[in-house]
Design a protein around this ligand. Structure first.
Ligand code: ADP
Length: 244
């Protein structure tokens, strides 16, 4: 039993290393290439080119940061050491904050928000929920055609806040809809270009772990007219619990 457990832990480590090292190298190579170009002494880059190199560095450094965040969270989830540090927070503010710091990635994307004015605050770990939304929005950018819209919404459903990220990409085949939340699972199919996009299959597994640690759940549906909608719930505490 103990040996079996150790073997599985080793397998997990090996799988993690092989899938993640490729994923980490890609943004690192892009950063290195852009920085080397900027530093090239024999070329005088015009302002626009300089800016595009700097933007590439910013974008890839953000991605690296998200990957490392997911890795750390995954090891905390697996080790049972993930404890949300919850505080009352307005969901619309959280969504706007996340959209703000994802600007470099969202260039050229129409982003719509549907956030009713009277949403109550929710007790949540700000950094963890930022990570969940960031993962979902990053996927909505990576797996959909350039320029296609992304919609974010929040609504109250009884005792639950439901937050959704909807896109107009290929959607998720029915047979994969549960499994994409497993770690390392990626959709491989001809209709979906994800096979060609690097990734480690960690983002959704981490998102699931974080949402469940908050007492919520996460799922995906396909949209009428094409695309995927990823939604998750967060329990809304009672108003009298709010500690002001
Ligand atoms: P990664 O993006 O690193 O592969 P994720 O856990 O974030 O890992 O996603 C798992 C898989 O789910 C992706 O590889 C992709 O096949 C699929 N996927 C995730 N989000 C979307 C989306 N918005 N549209 C289509 N496919 C998606």
């Amino acid at each position: 039993m103990q040996i079996e457990l150790l073997r599985r832990t080793d397998e997990l480590r090996a799988a993690l290393l092989s899938s993640v090292s490729h994923d980490l190298r890609t943004p690192l190579s892009s950063i290195k290439a852009a920085a080397s170009s900027l530093l090239q002494q024999d070329v005088k880059w015009d302002e626009e080119s300089q800016r595009s190199f700097a933007l590439a560095i910013e974008k890839e450094a953000d991605r690296l940061n998200r990957l490392v965040g997911n890795l750390l969270d995954m090891s905390r989830i697996e080790g049972g050491a993930l404890k949300p540090e919850k505080e009352w927070y307005p969901v619309d503010e959280l969504i706007h904050d996340v959209l703000g710091h994802m600007q470099p990635l969202l260039q050229g994307r129409p982003v719509m928000t549907n956030l009713p004015e009277d949403l109550p605050p929710v007790e949540l770990d700000y950094l963890q929920m930022d990570q969940v939304l960031t993962n979902l929005i990053e996927n909505a950018v990576r797996y959909t055609p350039p320029g296609s819209p992304i919609e974010l919404s929040a609504r109250l459903d009884g005792e639950q806040m439901v937050i959704s990220v909807a896109d107009r990409g290929p959607g998720i085949p029915a047979k994969d809809r549960e499994r994409i939340f497993d770690k390392f699972y990626r959709v491989l199919g001809t209709h979906n270009k994800s096979a060609r996009i690097t990734g480690s299959g960690l983002g959704l597994a981490v998102s699931k772990g974080l949402v469940e640690a908050h007492g919520g759940h996460i799922w995906v549906e396909n949209r009428e007219g094409g695309g995927a909608v990823f939604s998750f719930t967060l329990p809304v505490g009672k108003a009298e619990d709010i500690d002001i």
